[in-house]
Write a protein that binds this ligand. Structure first.
Ligand code: PEP
Ligand code: MG
Length: 539
């Protein structure tokens, strides 16, 4: 047994086999295709091959483990023949003009989310089966064999570093934990791990020799244990069980208000990165979506998502949230979130570079496509639009101008949309200082403490060496938050926090006393935040 120290970025215990992450594996790339019919044929051929494989497996299992053990392969075969499943794959290929692998992966995700959210235990269990058949199809389509398929059981991923675009594409059902050598607590990969609620360690001196070994990730103590002894394994399993029991206790808070002992209420919303996170937000009783990082729709693909694809994603989120507020942030690409097809230059200081609203305002066609998709989706729920990295009033005016052009073109085409609330992220010191003026232009503010800390303290949030200096409790940050709340309220703007600090329970009381109206946190933090709010009395 070996014990290695690292830095924990997500608490929790994971026990399982380590798998070295290799950059080319585990990812289904979205590719544009020209010949739709031959792509559909490719899918049909793969489907037939999958059925053949399952048939063989069924026969083998019948001989080796009997009827009940073999039945699962029959279920899988039936799923492969399901009309809804097949239609969905073909529709995605047709309407989005994409490769069969991508269409199967998307369908697999959607269907398994659907099953997972059902009340019936039997149906819930089918989520894993849908994933399984989708993976089989993808393996066949991409020519890799089941034996070499790296992620056919839940694993602890070990990597030098993980980019957000890699993390976002991983199959969450198969991820037990992350262990990386590089990375920082405030990076988007860390944020994604929190959103997925999987234990994660950074700064671990990883070794290729661990590949395939059993390990324990202890996110409470920041340690990784390789080849644990029976005794340690038992101890950690007990700890894991305790965790699950505590989670269970929090479930009692579902349906309860976010109200302090002396009657102050606050909204608690969820931060999400993609459509499938909505199920997680709902199962944790989110009052709304406070931040949908829309740029994740642009990552891990080889071309811009079309208006139609975006529309469908935003509409699905809005519909699933059933009238609850859904705040969608426009594209915040750049810095650590890179997509090749944007052709962004390498920059000396990417965090202070060409990113987010700066790209949108200088390439209005990209921006307009997104705004059209957002406005169209607004007819299907309660969508608000929020803009990142704002530093000036001029930017907000330009945004309003572009937005009115988009609305005009929708009017001309008689396409309906709702009157959406408009907000800005307050994540630069400049935005804080002019928040009195910005408040006159928008309906709400959402404070991005991740970037606000980075820009105020002059600390690169990506640099692991600076983690110890990255102090979000710095008085400068807290004073700024208070200033933004006061300036916002003077003009009737509501003010929320959607940076990671919102989930910091040691500051919950402070935020309530400041008059913050909303806290938006990763779905798994919602109920513990509610618990803290309900145990608080304001001064
Ligand atoms: C922030 O900066 O606090 C924020 C919420 O945005 P992101 O973490 O995506 O930069
Ligand atoms: Mg930010």
């Amino acid at each position: 047994m070996v014990r290695i120290n690292g830095k924990s970025i997500v608490k929790g215990i994971a026990i399982g086999r380590i798998m070295k992450f290799s950059k080319s594996e585990n990812q289904v790339k979205r590719e544009k295709i020209n010949d739709i019919e031959s792509e559909i044929k490719r899918y049909e051929t793969a489907n037939a091959e999958a059925k053949k494989q399952l048939n063989t497996l069924h026969e083998k299992a019948l001989k080796e483990v009997g009827e009940s053990g073999a039945a699962i392969f029959e279920v899988h075969e039936m799923m492969l023949e399901d009309d809804d499943y097949m239609d969905s794959v073909k529709n995605i290929i047709r309407t989005q003009e994409v490769n069969a692998e991508f269409a199967v992966a998307t369908t697999g995700d959607n269907f398994s989310e659907l099953f997972a959210s059902m009340d019936d235990e039997y149906m819930k269990a089918r989520a894993a089966d849908v994933k399984d058949i989708s993976e089989r199809l993808i393996r066949i389509l991409s020519g890799s064999s089941a034996e070499t398929d790296a992620m056919n059981e839940p694993v602890i991923i070990m990597a030098e570093d993980l980019a957000p675009s890699e993390t976002v594409q991983m199959d969450k059902e198969k991820l037990l934990a992350f262990v990386t050598r590089l990375g920082s607590s405030n990076s988007h990969t860390a944020i994604l791990a929190r959103t997925m609620n999987i234990p994660a360690l950074i700064n671990v001196d990883i070794s290729d020799d661990w590949n395939g070994k059993t390990a324990i990730v202890d996110g409470y103590n920041g340690t990784l244990i390789i080849d644990p002894t029976e005794e340690v394994l038992k101890l950690m399993e007990a700890r894991q069980k305790e965790d699950q029991e505590n989670q269970q206790l929090l479930q009692d808070l579902k349906g309860k208000e976010n109200i302090t002992l002396d009657g102050h209420e606050i909204n608690v919303y969820a931060n999400i990165g993609n459509v499938s996170d909505v199920a997680h937000a709902l199962s944790n009783d989110a009052g709304g979506i406070g931040l949908f990082r829309s740029e994740f729709l642009y990552l891990g693909t080889d071309d811009f998502p079309s208006e139609e694809e975006q529309f469908k994603a935003y509409r699905t989120v809005a519909e699933n949230m059933a009238g609850k507020k859904v705040i969608i942030r426009t594209l915040d690409i750049g810095a650590d979130k890179q997509a090749d097809y944007f052709n962004l230059d390498k920059e000396e200081n990417p965090a202070m570079g060409y990113r987010a609203i700066r790209i949108c305002l200088s390439q209005p066609e990209i921006f307009k496509t997104q705004l059209r998709a957002l406005l169209r989706a607004s007819a299907f729920g309660n969508i608000s639009i929020m803009f990142p990295m704002i530093i000036s009033l001029e930017e907000v005016k330009q945004i309003r101008e572009i937005l009115s052009q988009v609305k005009k073109s929708l009017d001309e085409q008689e396409i309906v949309y709702h009157d959406v609330e408009i907000g800005v992220m307050i994540e630069t010191p400049a935005a804080v200082m002019i928040s009195d003026e910005l408040a006159k232009e928008v309906d709400f503010f959402s404070i991005g403490t991740n970037d606000l800390t980075q820009y105020t303290l002059a600390i690169d949030r990506q640099n692991p060496k600076l983690d110890a200096f990255y102090d979000s409790h710095h008085p400068a940050i807290l004073k700024m938050i208070k200033q933004v709340v006061d300036n916002g309220h003077k003009e009737g703007c509501w003010v929320g926090i959607c940076g990671e600090l919102a989930a910091d329970l040691t500051l919950t009381k402070t935020f309530l006393e400041m008059g913050i109206d909303e806290l938006s946190v990763s779905p798994s933090s919602i109920l513990s935040l509610r618990k803290t709010i309900r145990e608080t009395t304001l001064n």
